[in-house]
Design a protein around this ligand. Structure first.
Ligand code: NAP
Length: 248
């Protein structure tokens, strides 16, 4: 069945690949982005070429007013949501913990934790059967960093993803009676721009070679799991934390 979904951080990387796969299924996709309008418009075109519908919607997930406006925009154009991908997330530079600034940690927790919670709440309010929604599926994009800790690199980022895992476990229980399934994917080393934003553009290739499967993963391989969790094929899956990490 064709679905209406919203993806935060849909302009690049894992979000972009998920949007295009959804387009291949004929789904309608809200492509949220923070600032990169050209990239978001390119994703919209790619979704349409693949056979779906899409709109690009600018908004910062850490700002409540933006979050509400983004959800309003997608429902105004495509109708009630069936699925939500809580994907937007950021890293900071690789740095010893001893040198972390307050600003660094606030940015990571504002976007990755507060932003993800605000977005999940907004998705739940719109999908909850008790609020007139039709139920649905939320997929949170966590990271294997949640269990590895990212020492000497980004322990703040790792902690932000630990919060995503806890949110997933709690919301799966709280929102099940509302007809909403809640799951997380935990990618490992995936080739996207995020590693360059942490000052290590070669990180996925370098460390990916040391994983059991001997290579980094792709955004497409991650998106396949996200789409499965959104789809009815996963209709009895809720509260799962699915590692996509090549065995790492
Ligand atoms: P990416 O290529 O760096 O893309 C980040 C996306 O998030 C972009 O679309 C960006 O929009 C958007 N974004 C950033 N800040 C935002 C904000 N405040 N509000 C709304 N959108 C925002 O990242 P990625 O690698 O695809 O990562 C996607 C998710 O996967 C993240 O949650 C990340 O932590 C997680 N993850 C990635 C890996 C990996 O190896 N790549 C591993 C584990 C987990 P603009 O284009 O407008 O900047």
């Amino acid at each position: 069945m064709a679905k209406t979904i919203l993806i935060t951080g849909g302009s690049r990387g894992i979000g972009r690949a998920t949007a295009i796969l959804a387009g291949q299924r004929g789904w309608s996709v809200g492509v949220n982005y923070a600032g990169n309008a050209a990239a978001a418009e390119q994703v919209v075109k790619a979704v349409q070429t693949a056979g779906g519908k899409a709109i690009a919607i600018k908004g910062d997930v850490s700002l409540e007013a933006d979050v509400i406006a983004v959800f309003d925009a997608v429902e105004k154009v495509f109708g009630k949501l069936d699925g939500f991908v809580n994907n937007a997330g950021v890293l900071d530079r690789k740095q010893p913990f001893l040198d972390y600034s307050l600003e660094r940690m606030k940015r990571i927790f504002d976007i990755n934790v507060l932003g993800a919670y605000l977005c999940a709440r907004e998705a739940a309010r719109r999908m909850a059967k008790s609020r007139g929604g039709k139920g649905g599926s939320i997929v949170n994009v966590s990271s294997v960093a949640a269990r590895l800790g990212a020492p000497d690199e980004y322990v703040d980022y790792a902690g932000s993803k630990g919060a995503i895992d806890s949110m997933t476990l709690g919301l799966a229980k709280e929102l099940g009676p509302e007809g909403i399934r809640v799951n997380a994917v935990r990618p490992g080393l995936i080739e996207t721009d995020i590693h360059a934003s942490g000052g290590q553009p070669d990180r996925a290739a370098r460390l990916g070679a040391m994983t059991p499967l001997g290579r980094p993963g792709s955004a497409q391989e991650t998106a396949e799991a996200i789409i499965w969790l959104l789809d009815d094929a996963a209709s009895y899956v809720s509260g799962a934390l699915l590692d996509i990490s090549g065995g790492r």
